[in-house]
Design a protein around this ligand. Structure first.
Ligand code: PMV
Length: 308
């Protein structure tokens, strides 16, 4: 049997803007996806056909890893899907980890590159932030230029992202899931369309890049008050870009009185918010009272890992 796991992620600053090359900050979280694969007479995922559209990331990962014969693949994931927490990246990276794990040790860089290609193919457009975070674990800062802490660079269509390891202080984070599932691809396409047509949208993307760099500096000097205010601003700009949702606003409003700040995380349009707080159980209760599902999470330094 071959098996591997990979973490989900939270984007703290910079989602959507990162697709245009702006900086973004994410952290892997302690919700993981596990993928198991055994040789079998035909291709199956969770007992169903690999051809089913819900398995398109797994199918694309299989096409990259080119295993010798058919496999029965099982997915066990703690990362809710369509919630902005990188579930597709975690499953893609864990699948590649399981399939490549046969050949010996798992090489995070090779998996990060292949997993990015998979996401790009399936979604039509993507940045490498989700797949690199699921591969490397820990805090990840994506920048236009290399600097200290560079892990790897990934390029596609004349755009190049430099993926860095970044040290974050221990953070208490609460996820508020709206329960509304929204596919990433159409939201990314919607932002591209706006940026192409409206200079104000292009300016918003640039501002998100600045907020991200200010946010990284605030977190590194442990100024959670400043970081929280920047999260609030990031949320407003994302909403102006058209990826908000009334239920996201409701959860953000519910979380803020007990938090430093709160914003949507991931693709938006539904999905989840993230709140930075030092009273996680109070914030989680407030999110639940406003109709959301709440999870208290921590950063996780473990990236893709072989199981067993
Ligand atoms: O919703 P998720 O977890 O797929 O996050 C998407 C992050 C985006 O910046 C919107 C897209 C990307 O590929 O970076």
């Amino acid at each position: 049997m071959m098996a591997a796991s990979a973490p989900g992620k939270l984007i703290l600053f910079g989602e959507h803007a990162v697709v245009f090359g702006e900086p973004a900050l994410s952290t892997a979280i302690n919700l993981r996806a596990e993928v198991y694969a055994r040789p079998h007479t035909e291709w199956l995922v969770d007992g169903a056909s690999l051809e089913e559209s819900r398995f398109r990331y797994v199918k694309a990962a299989v096409a990259k890893a080119k295993p010798d014969g058919p496999l029965w693949i099982e997915i066990r994931s703690m990362v809710p899907s369509g919630a902005g927490l990188g579930s597709s990246a975690a499953v893609t990276v864990a699948t590649l980890g399981a399939l490549h794990g046969r050949e010996g040790s798992i090489e995070a860089l090779a998996i990060a590159r292949e997993a990015f290609e998979v996401e790009h193919e399936v979604q039509g457009r993507a940045s490498p932030i989700d797949t690199s975070t699921a591969s490397a674990g820990g805090g990840i800062l994506v920048l236009r230029q290399p600097r200290d802490g560079l892990l790897w660079s990934i390029e596609r269509d004349k755009r190049k992202w430099f993926v860095h390891r970044t040290a974050l202080p221990p953070l208490d984070l609460v996820i508020g899931n709206t329960g509304i599932s929204a596919a990433t691809g159409p939201l990314v396409a919607k932002v591209k369309d706006r940026v192409d047509r409206d200079p104000r949208a292009a300016e918003a993307v640039r501002q998100i890049g600045e907020i991200t760099l200010d946010g990284v500096r605030a977190l590194q000097r442990k100024d959670l008050v400043a970081a929280g205010k920047l999260m609030d601003r990031n949320h407003t700009i994302l909403t102006d870009l058209g990826v908000g949702h009334p239920s996201l606003d409701r959860l953000v409003e519910a979380a803020r009185p007990s938090s430093y700040g709160a914003k949507l995380t991931g693709a938006g349009g539904g999905g989840s918010i993230v709140a930075l707080t030092d009273r996680p159980s109070v914030t989680a209760e407030a999110i639940r009272a406003a109709g959301g599902k709440a999870f208290i999470v921590q950063s996780d330094s473990l990236g893709v890992a072989k199981l067993g």
